[in-house]
Design a binder for this molecule. Sequence first.
Ligand SMILES: [Zn+2]
Ligand SMILES: [Zn+2]
Length: 355
Amino acid sequence: MASKLKSLGIEVQTNVGGTGVIGLLKGGKKGKVVGLRADMDALPVTEGVDVPFKSKNVGVMHACGHDTHVAMLLGAAMLLAKHKDNLAGSVKFLFQPAEEHGGRGGAKPMIEDGAMQNPKVDYVFGLHIAGDHPSRTFALRGGALMAAPDSFTITILGKGGHGSEPDKTIDPIFVSAQVITALQAIKSRMLEQTKPLVVSVCSIHSGSKDNIIPDDAVLQGTIRTLDEKIRTKAKKYVASVTKSVCMAFGAKCKVEFMEDAYPVTYNNEKVAGKTFKILREIKGTRTIKTEPIMGGEDFSRFLQKAPGVFYFLGTYNKEKGCIAPNHSSKFKVDEDVLKYGAVSLAKLAMEFGAS
Ligand SMILES: [Zn+2]
Ligand SMILES: [Zn+2]
């Protein structure tokens, strides 16, 4: 990738925030600095589709299509390098690792390593391939597009004993059941009904045998929000509801949230408006306004540093057998859409560079 960029006459910086790579292309005219980001990482999934470009590593596959993000950004780099005399400003190509990592992720260390400075990025764009939109369809919206994903771990500390004598114990499994049920009241009874919120307990570990009440139970789950104020409140309520329920039954608890969780992916309204217009000019594609989704994305961190847009390019195509969603072992991209993705990134760089 770095050598491909160099061969196009693009300045390259490697090992940015770990294994990140940055390319800088200076245009022939004065203008703004536009950042274009592609994440590069794969997922721990064994590829279930037999294609010539299938993963060579068993148990690891590009189930989220980040390989296509790299291909499309390199395509955009080739287009822009060819037309650099007409390019106003500069384009920064941000190849980012570890998007799927959660928590610290890959965007944060790249930003800490100066990715958005020298030259300072004025606008930033990120493109994601999407199995749930039809092929050749761009999908975006102004405002909140993706959720902040806050993982939590709840440890409930009871007092174990014989299964036949629950009165002599503090049963952490019983208390867990009350906590799981009570947490749903945050969405249904405690927060504004017009604000999206998901609270899911996704794992519960406790106990070893049918007639032993265990000492403790560990629950893990996730909170998804599209608004930073609701996010703060929801986290506070998860902690307070858990503590109150535990206290009611004499149990102790510890509530921990994952540090450095990704923020809400927030598209600048003005930039989104202009992006709609630019994408709609690309022949052979259509552009739609989409609803927000409750998945998380660390492109949100770049959007905290510069106004910009994260948008999707659909790849659902029944005739070509591209029907599985992202993260599925059967995920297969309609390769014919990649050229449109590359053109869209190049066009955004040209137009926003000259703005
Ligand atoms: Zn993913
Ligand atoms: Zn992804």
